[in-house]
Design a protein around this ligand. Sequence first.
Ligand SMILES: NC(=O)c1ccc[n+]([C@@H]2O[C@H](COP(=O)([O-])OP(=O)(O)OC[C@H]3O[C@@H](n4cnc5c(N)ncnc54)[C@H](O)[C@@H]3O)[C@@H](O)[C@H]2O)c1
Length: 667
Amino acid sequence: MGKQKTITSTIVNGHGKSSVAVIQFNTNSLTNETFNELNAVLSDIEGLQEMNDPSNKLEGVIFTSEKDKIFLAGADLFELSKIMEMGSPWREPLLRDVIGRGQSTFERIEKLNIPTVAAIHGMCLGGGLELALACDYRITSNDSKTKLGLPEVTLGILPAWGGTTRLPELLTLPNALTALLTGKLYAPKPALKVGLIDKIVHRENLVSTSLSIIRKETRLKRKPQRSFIPPFIVFNQAAKNVKKATNGNYPAPNKIIETVKECRSLARKDCFRREVDVFIELTNTPEMANLLRIFRLQEESKKLKFASIHTKPIKKAVVVGAGTMGAGIAQWISSRGVNVLLKDVNEDAVSAGLKKIGDLYVQGVRKHKFDRPAARDGLARVSTSIGNTPLHTSDLVIEAIVEKLDVKQKVLSQLEEKLSDDAIIATNTSALSIDDMASCLKRPERFVGIHFFNPVHQMKLVEIVRGSKTSDETVQRAVQFVQKIGKLPVVVKDSPGFVVNRVLLPYLVQAAGKLNDGFSAESIDKAMIGFGMPMGPFRLMDEIGLDVCYHVAKDLEARLKIKGDGIDVLKSILDDGHLGKKTGKGFYKYKNGKAVRNQATEDAAHVATLLVNTMVEESWKILDDGVVDDRKWIDFSMIMGTGWAPFRGGPCTHDTDPITSLTYQKL
Ligand SMILES: NC(=O)c1ccc[n+]([C@@H]2O[C@H](COP(=O)([O-])OP(=O)(O)OC[C@H]3O[C@@H](n4cnc5c(N)ncnc54)[C@H](O)[C@@H]3O)[C@@H](O)[C@H]2O)c1
């Protein structure tokens, strides 16, 4: 049997009206193969146009996809990774070929002398959107799966298949720069508002509406996209925003600004040439190599298979504890099609949890994460209980109650009695020992840590913690469950703090101790942000809650030999009744949810070096202790679980002077 093609093209006969070619993708990304097939189809279309035979006359072309969730997710990044692995003398000509092929294919689409419509349902990203930008019209389904964007900047590159040139021609300069510099994804309504698309229809009407646009039965009124702000002000503001967001740590955004600016006075062909040159320049940076590696690790985590065992899917789950984490977990998994029973000790706790879940759904609708019916269905999957509800039909229980070993042991053994023999029991503990908890269970092989991070709806990482008695089947089932709900699993061995908290806590405690040496929270936070962390250690502790930090630090103190007097600093603030942001005061005071900060006066760069080294050292110890089987998972966990400076590649990759240099991460 021949290999299935990645695109099919059909002619929709006009029956008296004009005929239209429908090019349908059956691929997630634009591979080499897809480009070959697409170019062959374009040759056929161009051939028909040249023949000028009225019986074979084509009036337009529609690009669409067979896939349920993806229109086109962009370039084939695995192909790009392979090229990146080659030495630079080989790499550059190959990269130039790949970029040249994309640009010329999309130019062929743009130059067809008949109307072209991209009829988009699902993700339309990077190269997918660049193809759509080469069409005359873009219409989308009104589905929550439909999102459009150019996320290249998040990989340390720029859209070089014409996207950097075409987007500012379509949108206002401020909107184009926002899209290019943030890589943000647009749901249909915001996309229509900025002029990225021309119309939103029901999915089933995509092709018929495209046909009627081509046949001029539907006239689209494109609103003129005008900005009255002079371009030099827009560029200056964009540069300021980039500096604020990146601290000058990422080369791609500034290069994008520079390219868009230059292209304003260049001929189109020179703009495309500039796109290629800048792309090549950026692929030679360690930042790009590190960001591409993180992308690949995400893909690896999505496909991770711990054991080749067929496991039963999780359809019904119980979450015990309706607090910060329990409510967050229940909301997330219900939104992914799993029925959830949320349990707590009293009505007030359950109601507070349910309110939080409702708020998260409302917020999700506002941010176009789901549409209203999907949110309603998700909420309907959550039921609550404070009583002795039977649990024997549940496949999974996730315990998310207070971080106290004796309380957890008691609750877990009571739960075990009510569950069927093949259900798995999980704990969301931050750092307690899985083996200690399992010691009170009759079936420790079915017990595992499923450690979500806070806030659950934003943090993609989940540590799957394997105790010494946890069976392969249980780990595999947990991995599969986490993948099914759209999170990224990493399997870690039971050990103090697992990976993320083990690296994080000694760092936080050491930072707190530095206050006794006369440094201010502001100066240390500033230095760590300069290093590339999303927030400094003091803001982070305030955010987590000083009580939570203190309890986890106390638990890990003896086991990890945490150095310094930071735990006492935490305790003294707690003794004054301040728990961080949630009580309006911690290391900082909070006004309307925002930290009130003084000017950072001292230079704390060497403190930052010390703090980073603490994390680096702990990371290598984790590897020595066999908590994970490869250092890549430590890098991955810290970046995905804490936002650890992604462009530096992670604590095991970054092993030179953290402030002044970058380590080149060979792929
Ligand atoms: N807060 C975080 O940032 C975070 C992050 C990751 C993991 N965790 C872990 O998740 C767990 C929960 O943390 P949290 O921050 O959600 O705590 P929380 O204090 O917000 O919520 C705990 C909930 O558990 C309930 N509870 C207590 N005993 C119970 C019992 N016997 N049966 C049912 N419910 C009971 C409480 O009423 C409360 O509603 C802890 O193990 C914590 O270490 C917390």
